[in-house]
Design a protein around this ligand. Structure first.
Ligand SMILES: [Zn+2]
Length: 281
């Protein structure tokens, strides 16, 4: 089953070039119902083509989206904690914790992770496009959340020790701009954590256009390779790459799912990838 997504039928669409290498040479990969994904013939990045224009796309993150976020926030929070454990976040940030650490969560939704980080001594800020989600985090959790995009937030150069995003980058119309902005506002030596679906996974290969992440809300679908290229070309050093998820719950019996999950994690063909990168300097 595919992840939640919206697909309004009255959006304006635009033609784009590959966001990673700038090439216009692409082939149609998946013809889904009402939207299509192509693959760049030069760098293999998979992206929705054509794409809705930004002004129309941002309307998708409405009250219905908020309801989806709030009803699943515990599940998403626990997955994020597991991811942070997988990359040894606590051990890696022992030194950072001594120096007024600032943590930014981009696409922070209702702010459960920010609240958690605050309780561990981090000064936490969030960025969230969905107005209702941002308002919930501000009012109910008393968090510092900017309602808009990271570029609009206008943070200072070298401000943050850590920037985290989970299942954000695939929703953006310009992931390259996001990585560039993250680089600018991270301190030298600061950490960037990016979690996104992985196209070099068993499930993407098995299900193709019916893969659960081939949804209308995803503008870009990265792999461990294409996301690494984007980070490297923006001056980051890759520290850790992990993938997980062999087969989705309900798609196979436990005696098949368990070993597949184990092997996916061990050999890097999991359904989701996290990359921990460091700003050089
Ligand atoms: Zn390309």
């Amino acid at each position: 089953m595919k992840t939640y997504s919206s697909l309004p039928d009255n959006e304006r669409k635009k033609e784009i070039e590959c966001n990673l290498c700038g090439s216009g040479d692409r082939d149609l990969l998946w013809d889904c119902d009402g939207y299509t994904f192509s693959r760049c013939n030069d760098c293999s990045l998979i992206y929705q083509y054509p794409q809705p224009v930004n002004a129309d796309l941002s309307c998708r993150y409405d009250n219905k989206y908020f309801e989806y976020e709030i009803s699943n926030e515990e599940i998403f929070f626990n997955l994020m904690l597991k991811t942070l454990e997988d990359i040894n976040f606590k051990e890696l940030t022992i030194e950072i914790m001594e120096d007024n650490p600032e943590f930014l969560d981009v696409g922070c939704a209702t702010g459960l992770l920010l609240k958690h980080m605050e309780s561990f001594g981090w000064k936490s800020r969030g960025v969230e496009l969905c107005t209702s989600s941002a308002a919930y985090g501000q009012k109910v959790r008393k968090l510092d959340i900017f309602n808009g995009t990271i570029e609009e937030a206008g943070y200072r150069d070298n401000q943050f020790s850590v920037i985290h995003s989970s299942h954000l980058i695939e929703h953006l119309t310009n992931p390259s701009d996001y990585i560039t902005e993250a680089f600018r506002i991270l301190k030298p030596g600061g950490l960037l954590i990016t979690t996104t679906p992985n196209t070099r996974s068993l499930q993407a290969w098995l299900f193709g256009k019916n893969w659960r992440s081939a949804i209308a809300d995803h503008m870009y679908l990265f792999s461990d390779k294409t996301l690494s290229s984007l980070l490297l070309s923006n001056g980051f050093k890759i520290i850790t790459i992990k993938t997980w998820g062999g087969i989705a719950a309900g798609m196979a019996p436990g005696f098949i799912k368990k070993p597949l999950d184990f092997l996916a994690k061990k050999f890097g063909f999991g359904d989701v990838v996290v990359i921990l990168a460091k700003k050089k300097g």
